[in-house]
Design a binder for this molecule. Structure first.
Ligand code: C5P
Length: 235
């Protein structure tokens, strides 16, 4: 039976956060940001392995931050996110038909409901796919002086989130092909698209935001605090 692997690329510098430490270690409701998504993957019985891809010189990670039998810590960080994921695929012990879910370390708002929805929607799919949300705002293209050049149609436009779920064999082939062609895919789906395939869009939620700027941390804290309150009311 196909296994389910998670890869968490966590080797970015997070320069837009203006922080001394990589953003996945910043405190979010008194716990390192990265531990929120790790716990979601540990708790889901379908997930077999969680591979955490760190920067080779990461000095912050220690196993006291998070430890679980599913966790496999690797120092496979590369110059780009795609390179980090490819390096990790080359190191892990997986079968061609196993599923790989790639999830940003900086998305702490993933829930078990969203993860299960993605798994249910894609586990029999021939290509795989991603969580994504239809674009809600009007889209402006800017000129060099940051004035509106034109308004783009938002029809049929979606924002890709993670996890992004593909089989091990297909994802590795796609990322290798992109690497050899000198393409720089900004997510796994784009590498699959380069092969002429169409990943499925599974409707996600805004709460699964990526922490990019300092103010995003406050938003994530507000969302997770509501979850914690609901949880304690039910106990
Ligand atoms: O920088 P950005 O927010 O797009 O990064 C998305 C994810 O990819 C983060 O979890 C980051 O740590 C990871 N990443 C990586 N290797 C890189 C660049 C980004 O693992 N070279």
């Amino acid at each position: 039976m196909a296994k389910f692997h998670v890869i968490i690329p966590a080797a970015g510098s997070g320069s837009r956060m203006h922080s001394q430490i990589p953003k996945q270690y910043l405190p979010l409701l008194s716990r390192p940001l990265i531990t929120w998504c790790l716990d979601v993957f540990y708790a889901n019985p379908k997930i077999d392995h969680v591979h955490l891809a760190l920067h080779p010189q990461d000095e912050v990670w220690t196993k006291q931050l998070s430890n679980n039998p599913k966790l496999n810590v690797l120092r496979t960080g590369g110059d780009t996110r795609a390179q980090t994921v490819l390096n990790t695929l080359e190191k892990i012990d997986a079968d061609e038909h196993d599923w790989v879910l790639v999830h940003d370390a900086a998305r702490p708002g993933l829930t078990d409901e969203l993860l299960s929805k993605l798994l249910d929607a894609l586990q029999d799919d021939a290509v795989g796919g991603v969580l994504a949300i239809p674009l809600a705002d009007t889209l402006k293209r800017a000129d060099a002086s940051q004035r509106v050049e034109r308004t783009e149609s938002r029809e049929d436009l979606w924002q890709a989130q993670t996890p992004q779920m593909f089989t091990y064999g297909l994802l590795k082939r796609a990322l290798l092909a992109a690497h050899n062609a000198n393409h720089q895919p900004t997510d796994e789906a784009q590498a699959i698209e380069f092969l002429g395939l169409s990943p499925k869009l599974v409707t996600g939620e805004l709460r699964n935001l990526k922490i990019t700027y300092p103010q995003d941390l406050l938003l994530a804290e507000a969302i997770l605090a509501v979850d914690m309150n609901k949880h304690s009311e039910h106990q």
